[in-house]
Each structure stands twice: as structure tokens, then as C-alpha cells.
Design a binder for this molecule. Structure first.
Ligand SMILES: Cc1ncc(COP(=O)(O)O)c(C=O)c1O
Length: 461
């Protein structure tokens, strides 16, 4: 068991870190060299128990797109839950008459509202024609699993699933089965991995770059030759997120979709990470010009409340029988209220247009980091709010050492103030992800990226 992470001058945080290291398995967290302790948060800021202010460059893990504890969202949430008072029968003493916090197998108006509004939004988007039903879930991996269950159930003679190599779809069940590559242990025999154009994902995506789909088409054709109509499903992320921030030319995803449509293969896009604005449109299927059969949502959908969903064709979801998609938490009123509060915010103002100037500032600032000898590449979504800074071996340190050092240096700050930047441990051991809340202002982006540059520059010596 590794020793608990400790930092100088953080007595309160260190006590919490040490205590939890005894009573929680360290496997509960992915390695992050800072192991920040966050006592409260607002907008794009966290504060540590010692009172240090950290710019949040993670949004949780791409969850709080609208920032932490936004007032409008909080009051909408409270209103949807009926906590601000409902005209209902007099409650018994000690209780409040409000929307039930759980309503297993029953229906609440807040669920009706969330489902109808989400569907309406997605159907109205270019490429949203196939969205007819919402299959709720409590986590991204669960929603992926339900999408795959339904896709497999539609035609039991077509059990093979194609998945893009080095994708991340979750750690549980079928979501794990379509994650990673064939070299990982215990592979599901129904899954075959196909290449993702990682080498063609250069600095910040040029989605319209010319792209030769021929080698990928050959790979697909070879699989089709081998397995024929047994292939019934293809799942991909729009960009590889957990795999290291690889953002492909749109023609790659469009090629996959063409193949699926030609062979009646169900085309599933995993937008658990990219939904609600990350790629510069509300959904990545819009950004990349796609028309999927199912889109899987999560993370930003609830802005911090655990909720996920698969949205897609009614005939696919209809292939599961009573109870096959049900569980304790799916379509829970607390989750549905969060979805509605999130939708309210995106409807009330153009969050995505509002982030464009911050996006450009951050992109420019991150690209400037390439002057440092240990920074190899900066990948991301042009006009969006997600990037990966890839480090390289340099001097006597490996790329992984530099990535960890960068995360730590940003946390510690530049020495001129107590401000720092909250980042997570590197993806694929060498990619530091930068994904602030979409609501980061130009001023905040300018200050935060300048701080990151100063912190990174300190690592040179
Ligand atoms: C693209 C993608 N799919 C699925 C998941 C799994 O979601 P969850 O952790 O909510 O199960 C993640 C989580 O990081 C993700 O990034």
C-alpha cells in the first residue's frame, strides 16, 4: 500500500489524507500526485481547508460544466424538488411535502419533464433524427451497459461488437469489455477492436483536415469478411478521452458511421464525457456531423448529481423486456431535477457561445507550453473546453515523471501568491488533461493559464 500523500504546510488536509488512507482502499482513486483536499467550491474555484484557492482545471472529471454551485442551477434544482414549498397537503410534523427523493417504479412529473425536454433538445439538433427514447442510468458505465444490452437484444444472431481501440467506456461489465484493447486481460470474445487514428490527431483538432479513411475501411471490411452479419454494434467515443485526449478528423467518425449504416450495424457514440458543450457544441455528434443510433450521456448531464442516460431508437430499447433496464437509481427524481436544472441553464443563456473567447485564450496558452522541452503535444477541441498536454521523455526524467511534476507544480503555484491549479493525474501516464468549467470567464482563463505557464516554466531548471 503506498504511503498517504502529504504536502508541506497543509496540516488539515494531511490529517484527512492520512485518515482516509487507513479506512479506504487506495484503489478507490486513480493516482493523482496532489491528492487535493477541497473544502468548498464556487464557479471555477476550489478552496483547500488551509484557505488556498485553486483554479479547477478538471470540472470534477468533466462534470461541472456550469461551474461549482451555480446559484441559478441550485435554486432551479431546489424548485424542481419542491423544496421551496409546494402547494400540497399539510405534511406530518417533522417532514416536508416535496417531490419524493426516490420513486422506484413510480413516475414523478420531474422525470416526465426531464425525459421530454432532453429528447426535444436532442431531436432538434442536426443529426438527432433517431432519438426517440431515453434509457436512464446512474453512471456512465451503467448507461453504456444498457445501450449495449439493448443493441445485443435487438437481434440475438448479431452478438459481435466493434469498439475503437484505447477507448474508455467505464470499468464495469460490458462497458469495461469495450474499453482498452485486445491485449488487456480477460477480453470478452464478442468484442473486436478497431484502430482509432491516434497518429493523425495532432495539435488542436482540425476537424476538416483531409483524411484518408482507406486503411480503416480495409480493417472494417476484413472484420466483416470474417464475422459477417454477426457484427451488430459499433461503439466509439467521439474523441478518446481517458485514452489520452485524441481528437480525430471528422471524416474518421463519419467513415465509421457510413460503414454502420451500410451494414445495419447499430452506431453508438459515447458522449459521457463530451456532452453538454465540451466539444464546442451541445453534443459531439453535432460537432462531428454524425447521426448515431444511440448516444450515451453522463457527467455534465447532472452538473454534479450522478445521472446518465442512453438516448436512441425506440426499436432498440424496446428489445429489452420489463425490468431488464431497471435499477434502484435510474430516473430517480433527484437526478431528473438535476437534468432539468442543467437544461434550464443552457436554455437561459448561450453557455457555449460564452465560452469561445476563454477557449481561444486557453488554447493559445497551452500551445505556448510546447516551448518547454518536456512538452510534446497539445491536443484538444477547437472552440471547446478540453485539451490534453502530452509530455515527453527529457533529460533523466520520463514523460510520466514530467506529467506528474507538472500537475504538482501547478498545484503548488508560482510562489507569488497562494493560488494554484487543480489537475488530475495524467491520462495514459503522460497526458495532463485541462478541462475547466465552460463558464470560466476570459479574465479567469487569462489569469489561470498565465499561472499554469509560470508554474510549468519553473520546472525547466
Ligand atoms: C467516455 C466515457 N464513457 C464512460 C465513462 C464511465 O462513466 P462513469 O465513470 O460515470 O461510469 C467515462 C468516465 O470517465 C467516460 O469518460
Amino acid at each position: 500500500m503506498p504511503p498517504p500523500i502529504q504536502h508541506a504546510c497543509e496540516p488539515n488536509s494531511n490529517a484527512g489524507r492520512a485518515e482516509l488512507a487507513r479506512v479506504e482502499p487506495y484503489s478507490l482513486r486513480t493516482f493523482t500526485p496532489t491528492q487535493a483536499v477541497l473544502s468548498h467550491s464556487a464557479g471555477v474555484y476550489h478552496w483547500t481547508p488551509e484557505g488556498r484557492r485553486l483554479y479547477d482545471f478538471t470540472s470534477g472529471v468533466l462534470v461541472s460544466n456550469l461551474g461549482h454551485n451555480p446559484n441559478n442551477w441550485l435554486s432551479a434544482y431546489s424548485r424542481y424538488m419542491g423544496w421551496e414549498g409546494v402547494s400540497a397537503p399539510l405534511p406530518p410534523p417533522g417532514f416536508t411535502a416535496a417531490v419524493p427523493m426516490t420513486a422506484y417504479n413510480a413516475i414523478t412529473p420531474v422525470e416526465v419533464g426531464a425525459t421530454m425536454r432532453l429528447l426535444a433538445l436532442m431531436r432538434a439538433a442536426p443529426g438527432g433524427r433517431r432519438f426517440e427514447q431515453v434509457m436512464w442510468a446512474a453512471s456512465g458505465s451503467e448507461a453504456i451497459q444498457k445501450a449495449l444490452w439493448a443493441s445485443l437484444a435487438l437481434d440475438r444472431t448479431r452478438p459481435m461488437i466493434l469498439a475503437t481501440r484505447f477507448g474508455f467506456h467505464g470499468k464495469k461489465g460490458l462497458a469495461n469489455a469495450v474499453t482498452g484493447s485486445e491485449t488487456d486481460a480477460d477480453r470478452d470474445p464478442r468484442v473486436r477492436f478497431i484502430s482509432f487514428p491516434m497518429n493523425e490527431c495532432r495539435d488542436v483538432t482540425m476537424r476538416d483536415d483531409p483524411f484518408d479513411f482507406t486503411p480503416y475501411q480495409k480493417e472494417l471490411d476484413a472484420l466483416l469478411h470474417q464475422f459477417g452479419a454477426k457484427i451488430g454494434t459499433l461503439i466509439t467515443e467521439p474523441y478518446l478521452g481517458g485514452g489520452g485526449s485524441y481528437h480525430p478528423p471528422a471524416a474518421y467518425l463519419q467513415g465509421l458511421q457510413r460503414f454502420c449504416h451500410q451494414h445495419q450495424i447499430i452506431f453508438i457514440i459515447d458522449e459521457v464525457q463530451s456532452n453538454f458543450g465540451r466539444t464546442g457544441s451541445m453534443f459531439a455528434f453535432e460537432t462531428y456531423g454524425l447521426e448515431p443510433d444511440i448516444v450515451v450521456l453522463g457527467k455534465g448531464l447532472g452538473n454534479g448529481i450522478p445521472v446518465a442516460a442512453a438516448v436512441g431508437r425506440a426499436d432498440i430499447f424496446g428489445s429489452l423486456g420489463y425490468g431488464e433496464g431497471s435499477d434502484t437509481w435510474s430516473a430517480n427524481p433527484l437526478c431528473c431535477a438535476a437534468v432539468q436544472a442543467t437544461l434550464d441553464e443552457f436554455e437561459a443563456r448561450d453557455v457555449i457561445a460564452g465560452m469561445k473567447s476563454s477557449s481561444a485564450i486557453i488554447e493559445r496558452g497551452l500551445l505556448a507550453l510546447k516551448e518547454l522541452p518536456f512538452v510534446a503535444q497539445v491536443r484538444g477541441e477547437r472552440g471547446g473546453m478540453v485539451w490534453g498536454v502530452e509530455t515527453r521523455d527529457h533529460g533523466d526524467r520520463t514523460a510520466g515523471d514530467w506529467a506528474n511534476a507538472l500537475v504538482l507544480a501547478c498545484y503548488e503555484g508560482d510562489g507569488t501568491s497562494t493560488d494554484g491549479i487543480h489537475l488530475l493525474g495524467p491520462l495514459a501516464k503522460k497526458v495532463v488533461r485541462v478541462s475547466p468549467p465552460l463558464v470560466i470567464t476570459s479574465e479567469e482563463a487569462t489569469a489561470a493559464i498565465a499561472l499554469m505557464q509560470r508554474c510549468a516554466a519553473r520546472l525547466k531548471s
